[in-house]
Design a protein around this ligand. Structure first.
Ligand code: GLN
Length: 447
């Protein structure tokens, strides 16, 4: 803990941490030390973990990187974090992110931007940018992020880490501040597959506080990392031929597929004609869900309340006007629009139908193949400000990550070399729902 506290101090300019739990982390470390000596330590004894600023911890402030939650303290701890604590992990602090998880660059944060340690003029990715940089810069051993449409996988790719988006419902969402409830997942950042598997195995599983959390038993992922089968692997013409794809990412992805073929695996090129509909479907449905989820922040119950209001109506209005950032407001308006009576069928209902088509296609393909392999992102980490004035260009960053989110299947991003500027490249592997063990074993083999 002292080692990491020191690093956090020397790398403070990266802005990964928004709060360091120095005293409680040191206290916890002393307790765990005793437990280790008496042979009673849990499975994560001494593991130093950072958590994204959307996961609540009892008696600690949490902001979702939004001014609207300024000063808000939680009365309880999220299930995912509690399960890590129960196994003697040490929570060292709270990590910067895009406001309410909305963004791909960590530039939309009330705590300011996070710098990519590989090149400080570039974004770390988002929305879990702080969680990625905390592990990248050696400020904690592993970190928790959330992935609604790529927010663990894309920053993992931009920082050269392993990042998982588990199957939807695999990890309880109790104590996770909601963005889009039918997409939100809690994932893990680590430098290697084994750490990642161990943390997910502890967090996952049914929970009385979240009726959507799956009751399926959780396999011991960390003990199932040996890979010795001949795998059937699909890749999409539409991703590999995508105009948006950076040449070096294409080359490195093809090199992996080639290597797999040479090692005796069956690798097949498949068409995914629905690829162009995945982003619109994702952004229609997530903005709709966000507009509903974020209606609770009205100045009455949580955090910030405008001091300028003169009656109840203006208190709601001014609190939300002053409390939410630009991107969050844009999404609330988009979501309200697609849910409005005259446009509901044209946008929301239609997007739900397309979601079903994408999900069916993905699951059927993953019944025939063990894995789908593709780049995690179309480009490596971009410069600050590059997409700030063009939301659509920013949304395009999620081109390859949203398929798994729309379908609910798990996806793992792994480091796959660097581009000519030395920036990390990510490769993404998808498997069918609840096949995290298979995903980790294959990931371990690929690394
Ligand atoms: N970049 C995507 C978005 O802004 C994904 C965010 C996420 O996964 N939380 O919605």
């Amino acid at each position: 803990v002292n080692y990491y506290l020191q690093n956090i101090q020397t790398k403070a300019h990266l802005n990964a941490f928004v709060e360091v739990y120095k005293d409680t982390a040191l206290e916890q470390a002393a307790i765990v030390d005793e437990k280790i000596k008496s042979g009673k330590a849990g499975k994560l004894a001494g593991l130093v973990v950072g958590i994204k600023d959307v996961l609540v911890l009892k008696d600690h402030e949490v902001n979702a990187s939004s001014k609207i939650l300024k000063g808000f303290k939680s009365q309880f701890t999220s299930t995912a974090v509690q399960r890590l604590i129960n196994e003697d992990a040490i929570i060292i602090g709270r990590l910067n992110c895009d406001e309410f998880g909305m963004g791909s660059s960590n530039e939309n944060s009330s705590h300011g931007k996070v710098l990519n340690a590989a090149d400080e003029s570039r974004v770390p990715g988002g929305s879990s940018g702080g969680s990625a940089v905390a592990v990248q810069a050696n400020l904690c051993t592993v970190s928790l992020g959330t992935d609604t449409g790529g927010s663990v996988r894309q920053p993992a790719a931009f920082t050269g880490l392993v990042g998982i988006k588990p199957t939807y419902s695999r990890v309880s969402r109790w104590g996770l501040i909601a963005y889009a409830s039918s997409f939100d997942t809690i994932g893990v950042f680590s430098t290697n597959v084994a750490d990642n598997a161990l943390v997910l195995e502890i967090m996952a599983g049914s929970d009385n506080f979240d009726s959507t959390a799956s009751k399926k038993p959780v396999p011991p992922y960390s003990e199932l990392l040996h890979f010795d089968k001949r795998a059937k692997i699909a890749f999409f013409t539409e991703t590999i031929e995508s105009e948006a794809l950076q040449t070096e990412i294409k080359a490195n992805t093809l090199a992996v597929l080639d290597k797999l073929k040479k090692e005796g695996h069956q690798v097949e090129e498949v068409h995914f004609p629905l690829l162009k509909y995945t982003l619109p479907t994702y952004y229609i449905l997530t903005t709709a869900e966000a507009s509903s989820n974020l209606s609770r922040f009205d100045g009455v119950k949580y955090g910030y309340r405008s001091p300028h209001a003169h009656n109840l109506e203006s208190m709601y209005k001014m609190t939300r006007t002053e409390g939410f950032g630009e991107e969050v407001k844009r999404r609330i308006m988009l979501g309200t629009f697609v849910l409005s009576a005259s446009y509901y069928d044209a946008y929301f209902t239609k997007a739900q139908k397309v979601r079903r088509l994408i999900k069916d296609f993905t699951e059927e393909l993953l019944n025939k193949f063990d894995y789908i392999v593709m780049p995690t992102t179309p480009s490596t980490a971009f410069k600050f400000g590059e997409h700030s004035n063009d939301p659509v260009a920013m949304y395009l960053e999620d081109l390859f990550t949203v398929q798994a989110s729309v379908s609910g299947v798990p996806a793992l991003s792994l480091p796959n070399g660097v581009d000519k500027s030395g920036l990390p490249i990510g490769i993404q592997v998808m498997a069918n729902s609840f096949k995290e063990a298979e995903l980790y074993a294959f990931g371990n083999y690929l690394m």
